[in-house]
Design a protein around this ligand. Structure first.
Ligand SMILES: Cc1cc2nc3c(=O)[nH]c(=O)nc-3n(C[C@H](O)[C@H](O)[C@H](O)COP(=O)(O)OP(=O)(O)OC[C@H]3O[C@@H](n4cnc5c(N)ncnc54)[C@H](O)[C@@H]3O)c2cc1C
Length: 280
């Protein structure tokens, strides 16, 4: 078994049968095809900032995409490999006066993970500047280019939610602007994040999706659960939508606490929260 705790942004103890680090698209495609032929369970992992491994054991192969980090810039269009950290790109592009994704700075996800979720913050979504993607259809065994419409983006959703589609690269059309202005916008959004989120503790970000446009943290707070813990997992005192690892938390602590919060919100307000995090 391979120890993958260090890969998880929540730093929960976790193991997988094996971890693979393909370093280009072709190797990724070959690996997935091979695992499919032998019917070996597998899962793509980017920053692992939205995924939790049930019972701390994944009985298959985790495919880390970190090394698929190509980037190609032509004027204001940038094509990125699926494993690149989006936030790093936003910072690098700001230095040359290209922006349009400032509110997403500080989200610890990769291009692949963020497009799957259509990650968003402060009125920005990763789909905003997206133009097209190259994807591998694992059930058909070939690649395809998908337009923005074909990606079927909506709140925390895209066509990649169908796990037979793997994102290889994505192209974004950035906006020209004044570098200093873009950098100061990024600083502003990052300071909002630091002020409102428990970023000093390991976590998976917001555990639940918004309900009718209202953050789940509002209801969890109103249910009196700020600071409530199970084992090493705690509902953040700073932002009730986050469950933090105070030290020594397990996946089981995390899941039990999320379930408890969900039940309490249902019994107090009749609202069924829907998980944003994914349990695999
Ligand atoms: C401190 C903190 C703050 C956060 N703030 C925000 C926020 O403001 N807004 C927000 O939306 N989210 C936020 N998140 C959640 C998280 O960062 C996002 O959901 C992000 O999109 C996950 O990206 P990832 O690379 O970590 O994906 P992972 O967690 O590794 O994977 C997520 C899903 O994507 C799939 N996947 C990964 N790569 C590919 C690929 N190439 N092709 C197909 N599927 C793929 C995985 O199989 C999995 O199903 C936050 C998390 C943390 C820890």
């Amino acid at each position: 078994m391979c120890d993958v705790k260090a890969c998880s942004s929540a730093k929960l103890p976790a193991y997988a049968r094996a971890v693979a680090y393909p370093d280009n698209e072709n190797k990724l495609i070959c690996l997935i095809s091979l695992l499919n032929v032998y019917d070996i369970p597998h899962r793509l992992i980017g920053g692992m900032s939205n995924v939790l491994i049930k019972n701390g054991i994944y009985n298959g192969v985790l495919i880390k995409t970190d090394k698929i980090a190509t980037n190609y810039l032509a004027e204001n269009r940038i094509t990125l490999g699926c494993g690149i950290r989006t936030s790093n790109v936003i910072h690098r592009m700001s230095a040359i006066g290209l922006g349009g994704m400032e509110g997403l700075a500080g989200i610890p996800g990769t291009v692949g993970g963020m497009l799957k979720q259509n990650a968003g913050a402060y009125g920005y979504e990763i789909s905003d500047r997206f133009t097209e993607a190259k994807c591998y259809l694992t059930d058909k065994g070939h690649t395809v280019n998908l337009s923005k419409d074909e990606m079927d983006f909506s709140y925390r959703h895209s066509i990649l939610s169908d796990s037979s589609i793997v994102l290889l690269t994505a192209t974004f059309e950035l906006l020209h602007g004044c570098s200093d202005d873009i950098i100061s916008q990024i600083r502003y959004f990052r300071s909002c994040r630091a002020e409102s989120q428990p970023i000093k503790y390991p976590s998976l970000g917001s555990v639940f999706k918004r309900h009718n446009g209202i953050g789940a943290g509002y209801y969890i707070d109103r249910a009196g659960l700020k600071g409530f813990s199970i084992g090493g997992a705690q509902i953040s005192e700073k932002h009730a939508g986050f469950i933090i690892n105070r030290g020594g938390a397990t996946a089981d602590d995390y899941i039990r606490l999320a379930d408890y919060a969900k039940r309490r919100v249902y019994s107090e307000f009749g609202i069924e929260l829907e998980e944003e995090i994914e349990v695999i």
